[in-house]
Design a protein around this ligand. Structure first.
Ligand code: GLA
Length: 442
């Protein structure tokens, strides 16, 4: 009898163990309450430049306790990372540990987007965002919501007069079956109100709108965007960017304290686009629509012209004065954020390259370029202009640049692929080193 009891007990214990293993993969609410992030980094690390130089000559995986945590290096700005929801679920995995260890800011790359949240009328899927919020609480990370509106990864039904219409938005446009201004206004207002209200205590920053501009003005149907076509120029000021204001007003009504950012790409070098962004945000600020900052996506290349990029940030930073004038009670709150930083290695003569084994020399060139960038970011952080830099992906394997514009082996980020040991790359160390010119870590 005793033997049978012991066998049953052993069986229950085995089940229990399997269960324990699985709990770390469960969504929302299942992360342990007593999780202690200090176990991720050795308390012996002194964070001196000499220590860093020495460590940079060793091979360390991004989740190693002997590696310094990147976020310890910046006192004037936060450092963040975008990832897929499934990358944050296993607290024992190198990738999840590396997120908790190195970053102050978390962003979900896809699961916060409207097509994911509101795939059909009346359906709001918040499970993954709830889990993301729980994950953020493990270290008290700042959460960015990316993105309330965009022209891509948007539920198609929003743009249709009949939400059940099986035609594409393009066909609806061509055949006169797009939603009306009133319908679309109602849909985005309902969406933003419910979404931002739900997370007002957890998500402090929202990309209000992503990529609203083409090279020099608001995107149109020719740029695959139906927003301007449908909502149009409501206030009659000659610009069809009113949907951005509608979104901003809904988000602001839901969360008075939300930091609302307009985010776009190519502004690092395309002066016409940066000027168009400046003009649009100025118009909105002067109308009383509080936009709290502009996001430079910063999908840059190894050949990035950092001086040009600097002047583009300076241009946008000029909006702070207008913001302060229009919203004196929020003086000093306008900011620039670097929201999707990564570095395409296929540039110049190698622009069409495919599979590639990157040489030590190329990794060093990348390290030098990343250092140049972070030096600039910290100059702006020292002036109170940039408050965060977010990397778009956890490691070289997980970057969208391995499949866009075609399948190839890029090396865009700070950590080697898992099959290459998940090692910290020279650019990780060069970035950390730049901080010593701005802030000496004791
Ligand atoms: C753009 C978007 C991001 C993401 C990347 C590609 O930059 O803003 O959300 O989709 O493209 O991964």
């Amino acid at each position: 009898m005793k033997k049978i009891f012991a066998m049953i007990l052993a069986f229950i214990m085995v089940l229990g163990l399997v269960g324990c293993g699985e709990t770390t993969k469960e969504p929302a609410g299942i992360f342990p309450d007593d999780y202690d992030p200090s176990v991720l980094t050795s308390s012996d690390i002194k964070y001196t430049l000499e220590e860093l130089e020495a460590l940079s000559k060793t091979e360390l995986s991004a989740d190693s306790v002997d590696a310094p945590a990147l976020r310890e290096y910046f006192n004037n700005m936060l450092i963040g990372c975008a990832f897929g929801y499934n990358q944050c679920l296993d607290l024992n995995s190198p990738v999840t540990k590396s997120l908790l260890k190195h970053y102050d800011v978390f962003v979900l790359g896809n699961e916060c987007k409207p097509a994911y949240i509101n795939p059909s009328e009346g359906v709001m899927r918040f499970d993954d965002v709830d889990g993301f919020v729980e994950f953020g609480k493990l270290t008290g990370a700042t959460l960015r919501g990316h993105t309330l509106l965009w022209h891509a990864q948007i539920p198609d039904w929003w743009f249709k007069a009949d939400p059940n219409d099986s035609r594409t938005p393009r066909e609806c446009y061509e055949q006169g079956a797009l939603a009306t201004r009133e319908q679309l206004t109602e849909r985005i207002t309902t969406f933003i109100t419910e979404y931002v209200t739900r997370y007002k205590d957890d998500i402090s920053i929202w990309d209000l709108c992503n990529e609203v501009l083409n090279a020099d003005s608001i995107r149109t149907v020719n740029d695959d965007s139906y927003w301007a076509e449908i909502i149009g120029d409501v206030d009659g000021n000659g610009y069809k960017d009113d949907y951005v204001e509608i979104a901003a007003n809904a988000a602001r009504a839901a969360d008075e304290d939300a930091i609302l950012i307009i985010n776009d790409f190519n502004m690092e070098w395309q002066t016409s686009k940066t000027q168009a962004m400046y003009d649009m945000v100025e118009r909105m600020l002067r109308k009383g629509v509080r936009i709290d900052g502009v996001g430079f996506q910063s999908h840059i290349g190894l050949d990035c012209n950092v001086n040009l990029y600097r002047s583009q940030i300076e241009k946008i930073a000029g909006l702070a004065e207008i913001y302060d004038e229009c919203f004196p009670e929020h003086k000093g709150n306008f900011r620039v954020q670097i929201t999707e930083l990564d570095m395409n290695m296929f540039v110049g003569a190698n622009a069409d390259g495919a599979y590639y084994r990157w040489s030590d020399e190329e990794y060093e060139q990348q390290a030098a370029k990343y250092a140049e960038l972070f030096d600039m970011y910290q100059d702006f952080a020292d002036e109170g202009i940039i408050d965060m830099v977010v990397l778009w992906g956890t490691d070289d394997g997980g970057s969208w640049l391995n499949s866009t514009p075609k399948m190839r082996r890029n090396a865009a980020l700070l950590v080697l692929r898992e099959e290459e040991g998940f090692l910290l790359k020279p650019c990780f160390w060069s970035i950390a080193k730049t901080s010593f010119d701005h802030y000496v870590v004791e």
